[in-house]
Write a protein that binds this ligand. Structure first.
Ligand code: ZN
Length: 219
């Protein structure tokens, strides 16, 4: 049986698989371990980063099943989904650390020393664009923290954003009935450790407004 078919029938035995056309495609240009799903009429197309090809069938089935739960809006648990979650929580160990930058690494080191006793292994670090909306992100599959370049000159805010993203690396995610939760209660509690978060959020809004005005004047 094909991988996608096995994932489908084991997760949704009550549905008739012949009502659907299941397709699986591996993509070269996807970020490592990224995946998405398109559901149009009765065709379900799974798009997976090529990196998934080297991963065991059991784990890939878990990934496909998680995507199926999302499109059918169902909550359910399977052993394969558990395996997939364990894999994603641990993949950072195997990811090569190739990307860094002096300013980002200094910020990471300050945050790591001050809040984590230096115990967090350095992830890949990269600047994003000058985004005013996407301020920072942590990607499990590539073990990468990306931070908007608008924080380049502001050490205090940079550390604040860095701290949030390092927390994502530390906490990973909680799964419940096939859903993953990233900003858990425990996460929010740790987030407050930084202190002054209200003031920080205000400073961020101020910085964003300033940048916005500047962008406006340029045109
Ligand atoms: Zn977050």
């Amino acid at each position: 049986m094909k991988l996608v078919e096995q994932a489908f029938v084991e997760l949704l035995p009550e549905k008739d698989i012949s009502d659907y056309e299941l397709k699986l495609k591996y993509h070269n240009k996807f970020k490592p371990y990224n995946a998405n799903v398109r559901y149009l009429r009765n065709t379900i197309q799974f798009n997976l980063s090529k990196k998934w090809k080297g991963v065991s069938r059991e784990i890939q089935i878990g990934l496909i099943q998680g995507l199926l739960l999302r499109i059918f809006k169902i909550k359910k648990k399977t052993t394969n989904i558990d395996l997939y979650n364990i894999f994603m929580r641990n993949i950072h160990i195997a990811v090569p650390k190739t990307k860094t930058d002096y300013v980002l690494e200094s910020s990471f080191n300050r945050v790591n020393e001050k809040y984590f006793y230096g115990l967090i292994e350095r992830p890949n670090l990269a600047w994003g664009g000058d985004s005013l909306r996407k301020l920072g992100s942590y990607e499990y599959g590539s073990d990468t923290i990306t931070i908007s370049r608008i924080f380049y000159d502001n050490e205090m805010l940079l550390d604040y954003i860095m701290y949030h993203e390092v927390l994502h690396k530390k906490h990973k995610f909680k799964d419940k009935n096939g859903r993953n939760y990233h900003h858990t209660k425990h996460f929010r509690r740790d987030e407050k450790e930084f202190g002054n978060s209200k003031e920080m959020e205000k400073e961020i809004s101020r910085l964003i407004n300033k940048k916005r005005v500047r962008t406006f004047l340029r045109f």
